[in-house]
Design a protein around this ligand. Structure first.
Ligand code: 13P
Length: 249
């Protein structure tokens, strides 16, 4: 039985005081132990958010990391910095980073390796554009991302450190959610690809989230699908809707 995992990706939203106010207001209402709940604020707010959640079941995640340990990389954040702030999860390969910051699969793979080296959990995002879906290339695109992003990752490592998030780009921030059938179909495909790359047992146990306009009104349907083990929530994770999503059942 795979434990569900619901993560809030705040993206570039909330100042320190707004983050503090928001987390204070929601954290009391998140009282689940059968689901992993992760908040991914901006770097600036990590430490403050950690203080507010460290006595609860809610975990801290980052939205990005650099693959080098330290050095002359102006504007970047290292994995040890994240660890020192209480981070346990790190989103990697989000389509916004691929699209706006030119993150290639090679870079994503280096970041995944760094996250594994320090034994954090990577939430690895994959997904196709609308054009790729319309051309029926979505399975090929996602398979290609998985193969490249997980290059040289061992069975033990994928088992212990990797969560996959299927985020169709056309559903992110658009209000258009993939239908539960479309999301299920791709999550099942991802699982079968992992089975081919590793084995059935690993595929059966890996957790696969869906992300893209998840809201309180569609969470239950999406999360009831056989191969969907959680949600990566953007816009709705900034509001009280996140509490409703976590309490979907
Ligand atoms: P939205 O929920 O705002 O569509 O964003 C999804 C997402 O990108 C989460 O990482």
């Amino acid at each position: 039985m795979r434990k569900k995992i619901i993560a809030g990706n705040w993206k570039m939203n909330y100042t320190l005081s707004q983050a503090e106010e928001f987390v204070t207001s929601i954290v009391k209402q998140i009282n689940v132990d059968d689901i992993d709940v992760v908040l991914c604020p901006n770097f600036v707010s990590l430490d403050r958010v950690y203080d507010l959640i460290c006595q609860t079941n809610v975990k801290l995640g980052a939205q990005n990391v650099h693959y080098e340990d330290k050095g002359a990389y102006t504007g970047e954040t290292s994995i040890d910095m994240l660890i020192s702030a209480g981070v346990e999860y790190c989103i990697v390969g989000h389509s916004e980073r691929r699209q706006y910051f030119n993150e290639t699969d090679e870079i994503v793979n280096k970041k995944v390796k760094k996250i594994i080296e320090k034994d954090l959990k990577a939430i690895l995002c994959v997904g196709e554009t609308l054009e790729q879906r319309n051309n029926n290339e979505m399975f090929k695109v996602v398979e290609d991302q998985l193969v490249k992003d997980l290059k040289d990752i061992t069975k033990e490592q994928i088992k212990r450190n990797i969560i996959i998030a299927y985020e169709p780009i056309w559903a992110i921030g658009t209000g258009v959610t993939a239908t539960s059938m479309q999301a299920q179909e791709m999550c099942k495909f991802i699982r079968s690809t992992i089975a081919k790359m590793y084995n059935e047992n690993i595929a059966e146990n890996i957790r696969i989230q869906y992300g893209g306009s998840v809201k309180a009104s569609n969470a239950k349907e999406l999360l009831s699908m056989e191969d969907i083990d959680g949600a990566l929530v953007g816009g709705a994770s900034l509001t009280n809707d996140f509490v409703a999503i976590v309490n979907y059942d």
